[in-house]
Design a protein around this ligand. Structure first.
Ligand code: GRF
Length: 213
């Protein structure tokens, strides 16, 4: 029996579903950016779907967002591995087993081997809480405040072997306000990260998505 509309007319044939880019998110902690990506992917029109969340930290809070959304998770602690390459090889295996085409790093607190960065080049993104190329690395907000900057922001960039230096996909700015602390500035930057990351994924997939699938 074919589907009927309430008025009894046959329902229009459903439009063929556009294949979405199979995406993995790598996290180490809270996972608020992961949550925003999950929410973005809940829209069937979003061009990516999250098929795997990987954490190197078993207690990472963000894993729960994945479980709540029914997304498979893999916990791969880095400590048992003898080298960066060996750890990365295990992550690489998990990504390939899930047939992943795009990787989004969202607060993943391990530096990758050059081998891994090259293997995923053009298909791996990272989000960083500064206006790169300014303030790569850690303790970003402390440095921004100490330097007396009047603006800061967030950057999504392609991951390359050089830390926080890959081609920039998208940026958003925020003002640094009188009396800001590390906490107030971090919160203002994080709020724009949550808008920026889904925008950046859409941009990358719209540009290169067909070759990723
Ligand atoms: C974000 O500020 C991101 O820019 C940085 O790590 C933080 C992760 O936050 N790389 P969350 O785990 O997504 O909440």
């Amino acid at each position: 029996m074919s589907a009927q509309t309430p008025a009894g007319a046959p329902a229009a044939a459903a439009a063929p579903e556009r294949a979405r880019v199979r995406t993995a998110v790598l996290i180490s902690g809270r996972g608020s950016n992961l949550k925003c990506l999950i929410d973005a992917c809940a829209d069937p029109g979003f061009p990516a779907e999250i098929v795997l969340v990987v954490s190197n930290v078993e207690t990472a809070g963000g894993l729960q967002f994945a479980r709540d959304a029914g997304i498979p998770t893999a916990v791969i602690p880095h400590k048992p591995f003898p080298s960066r390459e060996a750890f990365d090889a295990e992550i690489d295996r998990a990504l390939r087993a899930a047939d992943v085409a795009l990787v989004c790093e969202a607060g993943f607190m391990r530096i990758h081997s050059a081998w891994f960065a090259r293997r995923w080049e053009g298909r791996i993104l990272n989000i960083h809480p500064s206006l790169l190329p300014k303030y790569p690395g850690v303790r970003v907000h402390e440095q921004v405040l100490a330097a007396g900057e009047t603006e800061s922001g967030a950057t999504v960039h392609y991951l390359t072997p050089e830390l926080d230096s890959g081609p920039i996909v998208a940026q958003r700015k925020v003002p640094v306000l009188e009396g800001d602390t590390v906490e107030t500035l971090a919160a203002r930057v994080l709020a724009v990260e949550h808008v920026l990351y889904p925008e950046a994924v859409r941009k990358v997939v719209d540009k290169t998505g067909e070759s990723m699938k």
